[in-house]
Design a protein around this ligand. Sequence first.
Ligand SMILES: Nc1ncnc2c1ncn2[C@@H]1O[C@H](COP(=O)(O)OP(=O)(O)OP(=O)(O)O)[C@@H](O)[C@H]1O
Length: 224
Amino acid sequence: MNVLEVANLNKYFNEPVRNQVLKNVGFQVERGEFVAITGKSGCGKSTLLYLLSTMDTDFEGSIMIDGEQMKGKTNRWLAAFRNRHIGFVFQFHYLLPEFTSLENVMLPARKLGEYPVGEIEQRAMQLLKLLNVDGQALKRAGLLSGGQQQRVAISRALINDPLIVMGDEPTGNLDSANGATVFGLFKELAIERKQTVLVVTHDEDFARRADRRIYMADGSILDA
Ligand SMILES: Nc1ncnc2c1ncn2[C@@H]1O[C@H](COP(=O)(O)OP(=O)(O)OP(=O)(O)O)[C@@H](O)[C@H]1O
């Protein structure tokens, strides 16, 4: 079953001049696939991922996630859908700096409101532990190193057990041991939990070991 179906996707930026950044992009991803999106700097990878994450709604074409069309939905609907189904690890973490790591990880689950706080806290601690950052649980996120913040952000992305995990350079700030932990975790999500993982990366080793690789060049997909 396809979790993601992208068809005839075009994206334009209008500043400073009108520029077509994605050109008729189309591909499909099955449930439980681990996909790496690669390509030269500026080819449109982050733009694509941002659209797929439903955070940018300004596009032409079709993005279907879990059988739902993302085009034309209200921001409120998209925010609820995103919180429930998509875990996203940004290139810049966007953790709330005044909140502790633990509070940051718990936030999407508290927003969802499906589980008691105690259960959410327990699960958040498990994720922080899995990512070797449980020692920082009670520290304010703004005081952590870049790599620690990255691992907290990954924990936060996984708290609601999302259908799709999307990452923009998720191992970018990590040393090789922590990078390998994250890779192993993503692989496990895909194989054991049938979660779909979609990662933009410049890390050749990471890309090579994914189930599938999507190459982009100048706003188009070369091989899907
Ligand atoms: N908000 C914006 N306004 C105008 N142009 C933009 C905007 N964001 C991105 N672009 C342009 O879109 C193109 C694709 O950018 P994008 O960030 O998607 O590339 P990328 O492949 O992710 O690059 P990198 O690997 O360096 O992160 C670039 O030419 C960039 O300058």
